[in-house]
Design a protein around this ligand. Structure first.
Ligand code: BMA
Length: 891
């Protein structure tokens, strides 16, 4: 059968993780009042292989301690029962884990107060995936969706000592295989397993509500894991519990915010009826001060009571770069006869969000008009600058909260204001969204679809998804960072543009029709309805890329666009300048991570472009991705001298290619209103499109993206012999600035200089001037000159860009003499670098030393001094000794 993807997954591999294990890192919301209690189940979990599979794997028969929340792979690893899934060649040998069942058990006690409560619920916040749960030998739950939480009433079922909770997971592959194999026509899956654990023509991953990337992706290994991956809680109360707070922002402007806060109350069944009470609200300002107290009589507390809150002169939440990230806290209390019977606190950010999709007058190169795709926050059309976020690990529970923070902070530091949480992973934990709120990173949130055609024609499947969607939207709805909910990743374009729909139509038109109607029902209606009902006004978009079920799915004039002609289609990077969509939500180029990261999974002797270990950490087209990398490296930079040079050039190529596109997108404002490259982070150490590797190290791209995403920049686009100069500004008022344009040789001799005073229009791009390249070069040798374009404001350098007229491999770069001066300033070092010869993309590498650099992959323009700050525990002589320099110049 024809594959779902443009390219196939290859073999896979292994490495060890430097990030420490941690239990569910985010602080649990443990509430305990007189009236209600919520606690993570106490005690030591254990695990073992399922009885039915024990004979084949007797060494896993005995109960061993387990980490909950966690995953079976990490439990096995912790006991030293399997090799590290990221190290060596472990991947093939570990596929059996996904083919067998696993059991988890806990013996726990319950305190007397909880046992006396009239209402007791066990809440499973995440079971991955097909599980049967028993409590004290009695069936409690059956589950089939890793993205849902499940609750079971346990009044009368608990005892004070020795409760036995047993969770039995069956293999998701075994569970679904018979059903999939019996289908006369299969639904196209995503990446077939190269390991034989599942037939290539009967992929099951698209039939299950479980993270799609567990089944392998083109940037990660295949580990079909299982486990209790979110906490298990015991919730107890007597009269009532506020399950959720819903804060509707009725109107928000500079003068006043009108909010309606609603308590979603769960009342003890025996007490349902018209019970009178009061709803009280306390509102705390972003600085923590109590600014409003309100109270209201309630005639029936079970009836979702609500209260109007008016906040004068509200402090709004803004995306990074547009203002502060103010956050209010609202505490709701339910009172009966003056006594608090339930309470809940909710943090909110006040902001308005719209998706402007007006037909407009903006024409494409052929004069055709289109339709906007612009996020408007607090009335400001915001150009979305950012990247796509993938899972941080194959095993989410071992991701420490500081790793999430470091990666999000890196996005913010790179001047990003948006991340797209892509649909092949999982809905992130609360901690991540809280960080995004605090950092002003808008979130484009996909629903978790993106791993093949789903059986949406099946109403049982759709009902399952509807519950999942409702739970997730309700959990996440108050995060001001979430500005868009999107149905799926690439499912519509796969159907319409990749031949999936046409093939099925040929094979069985009736079934094809059913599949497509199911698609329309789920992504066009069901999910839209959930977001409409529970999403507090955040817009819904049926698929990325799409124009929300318009005729065409991946159109440059309407909707969002994934552009993979460069990389996927092997087109030259310059083609980025020919593609000007309304919103670019994916485009990418690969690069290898730094050698210190590669060292974690391969020996030096294995570090060859085509060695088995390196190929296994290159998931694009079964290891062939390195050939694609070479294609791009050779086109512009020539033949790499050795593996280390290949790694360096891959990063240079990625950084230059992606920032070329970013700058083009920004210079195309307001036609283009978003530039999200593929991808921000990594799931394991390997080659990928990421700008930050698995260990948090920045590749050249993250440094360069920071410059390309700076609030005000000059952009020079060189295409077909012409250079177009623009200034892009996201400032909301008009700005005056100067452009200094100097043509110089590689030793800094200026042959042409021009200074232009310019006006940068607010929050858009302003076209300044167009040149024939000859005019800039004035007859001087193209391989020996560059144009240095600098944007200055009141003497301050805002952006600097070197424009070249021939490919790097054809430039006559001199051998540089780089001067270094070191000094210690407070807790860090400063190194000043300069050279009288042009030194492009100078990389400082400190090997295994842990060094945080303020910048890297810098270009030393002739005679100009660049200062870099270094934070490290190493001393000066260690730093100097470890430092290796590499640039584009001949060495
Ligand atoms: C995009 C994504 C991913 C994939 C990436 C690189 O389209 O949606 O599915 O990893 O391409 O091929």
């Amino acid at each position: 059968m024809l594959g779902w993807r443009r390219h196939f997954l290859c073999l896979a591999t292994v490495v060890f993780s430097l990030w420490s294990f941690s239990a569910f890192s985010h602080a649990e919301n443990k509430t305990k009042t007189k009236a209600q209690a919520e606690q993570v189940l106490p005690g030591q979990w254990q695990f073992r292989i399922a009885t039915a599979d024990a004979d084949a794997h007797p060494e896993f028969k005995q109960w061993r301690t387990a980490t909950v929340p966690g995953h079976v792979h990490t439990d096995l690893l912790q006991h030293g029962l399997i090799p590290d899934p990221y190290v060596g060649m472990a991947e093939d040998g570990l596929q059996w884990i996904g083919k067998v069942g696993w059991e988890y058990q806990l013996v726990f006690d319950v305190d007397a107060t909880t046992l006396r409560r009239q209402h007791q619920t066990l809440r499973f916040e995440g079971l991955d995936t097909f599980a049967e749960v028993t409590l004290n030998g009695e069936p409690l739950l059956t589950t089939n969706n890793a993205f849902r939480h499940y609750e079971a009433q346990v009044v009368g079922k608990l005892r004070s000592r020795g409760n036995h909770l047993l969770v039995r997971f069956s293999s998701p592959i075994q569970e679904l295989l018979p059903q999939v194999q019996s289908m006369p026509i299969k639904l196209a899956g995503n990446y077939p397993s190269p390991y034989g654990d599942e037939p290539k023509d009967a992929m099951t991953g698209n039939f299950v509500r479980k993270p799609g990337y567990h089944y392998g992706w083109d940037w990660g290994p295949r580990y079909v894991t299982a486990g209790i991956w979110r906490p298990v809680k015991l919730i107890a109360f007597d009269e009532a519990r506020i399950e959720g707070v819903q804060v509707n922002q009725i109107s928000v402007n500079a003068d006043q915010a009108n909010l309606v806060a609603r308590a979603e109350v769960q009342v003890n069944r025996s007490l349902v009826g018209s019970r009178h009470g009061e709803l009280a609200a306390d509102v705390y300002a972003p600085d923590g001060s109590l600014i409003l107290k309100a109270k209201q009589t309630v005639h029936n507390i079970a009836n979702k009571p609500s209260i109007l809150l008016e906040i004068p002169k509200p402090q709004l939440w803004y995306p990074n770069g547009y203002g502060k990230q103010h956050l209010y806290t609202i505490k709701l209390r339910l009172l009966e006869r003056g006594k608090t019977i339930a309470e809940k606190t909710q943090r909110v950010g006040l902001r308005t969000v719209e998706l402007d999709r007006r037909e407009d007058q903006i024409e494409n190169a052929n004069g055709k008009k289109g339709q906007a795709f612009t996020l408007v926050i607090n009335g400001i059309p915001v150009f979305a600058k950012g990247a796509n976020l993938i899972p941080f690990d194959m095993f989410p529970n071992r991701v420490p909260v500081n790793k999430q923070r470091q990666i999000l902070q890196s996005a913010r530091d790179a001047n990003m204001n948006m991340l797209r949480i892509w649909g092949g992973g999982y809905y992130e934990n609360d901690a991540l969204y809280e960080m995004a709120d605090e950092m002003g990173l808008m979130i484009w949130q996909d629903f978790m679809f993106g791993g093949g055609v789903v059986p949406a024609y099946d109403s049982v499947f759709r009902a399952n998804v509807a519950i999942e969607a409702q739970q997730q939207v309700k959990r996440l709805r108050h995060h001001p960072s979430i500005v868009l909910w999107c149905g799926n990743n690439e499912e519509e374009t796969a159907w319409k543009d990749w031949g999936i729909g046409k093939e099925m139509q040929k094979a069985n038109p009736e079934f094809a029709n059913q599949v497509w109607q199911g698609y329309r029902q789920l992504f066009g209606e069901d999910l839209r309805r959930v977001v409409h009902e529970h999403g507090l006004g955040v817009p819904y978009w049926s698929s990325s890329p799409s124009n929300d079920l318009d005729e065409k799915a991946n159109d440059s004039d309407r909707g969002d666009k994934h552009y993979w002609e460069v990389w996927g289609g092997s087109k030259p990077v310059e083609d980025y300048l020919r593609e000007t969509p309304r919103f670019m939500s994916e485009f990418g180029l690969q690069a290898w991570p730094s050698l210190s990261t590669i060292d974690t999974f391969s020996k030096k002797s294995e570090q060859e472009i085509d060695s088995p270990v390196i190929r296994q950490h290159q998931k694009f087209m079964a290891g062939e991705g390195n050939q694609r990398l070479l294609h791009y490296i050779r086109a512009n930079y020539g033949e790499p001298k050795d593996f280390a040079h290949f790694v360096y050039l891959s990063q240079v190529m990625q950084a230059e290619g992606i920032t070329l596109a970013i700058k083009h997108h920004r210079a195309s404002m307001p036609r283009t209103m978003g530039s999200l490259y593929w991808q921000l982070n990594d799931v394991w150490p390997g080659a990928s499109w990421s700008s930050i590797d698995y260990f948090g190290n920045w590749k050249a791209l993250n440094y360069q993206a920071r410059k390309a995403f700076a609030p005000m920049i000059a952009v020079a686009e060189n295409l077909d012999g012409m250079t177009t100069l623009s200034v892009v500004s996201e400032r909301l008022q008009q700005e005056q600035a100067q452009l200094r344009i100097r043509t110089m040789d590689f030793f800094g001799h200026v042959v042409r200089e021009e200074v232009i005073s310019c006006t940068a229009n607010p929050n858009t791009a302003t076209r300044i001037k167009q040149y024939q390249n000859d005019e800039l070069l004035q007859g001087h040798a193209a391989n020996k000159h560059l144009v240095l374009i600098e944007l200055l404001q009141n003497g301050k350098l805002l952006s600097q860009e070197g424009l070249y007229f021939v490919a790097a491999k054809d430039q006559a770069l001199p051998r540089p003499t780089i001067q270094q001066r070191w000094k210690k300033v407070g807790d860090h070092f400063v190194v000043s670098l300069n050279s009288s010869e042009l030194t492009p993309m100078l990389a400082l590498d400190f090997g295994r030393l842990d060094v945080r650099l303020s910048d890297n992959f810098v270009t030393l323009y002739p005679g100009q001094t660049t200062e870099l700050r270094l934070h490290s525990k190493a001393n000066l002589s260690q730093l100097k000794k470890a430092m290796q320099l590499r640039s584009m110049n001949p060495q």
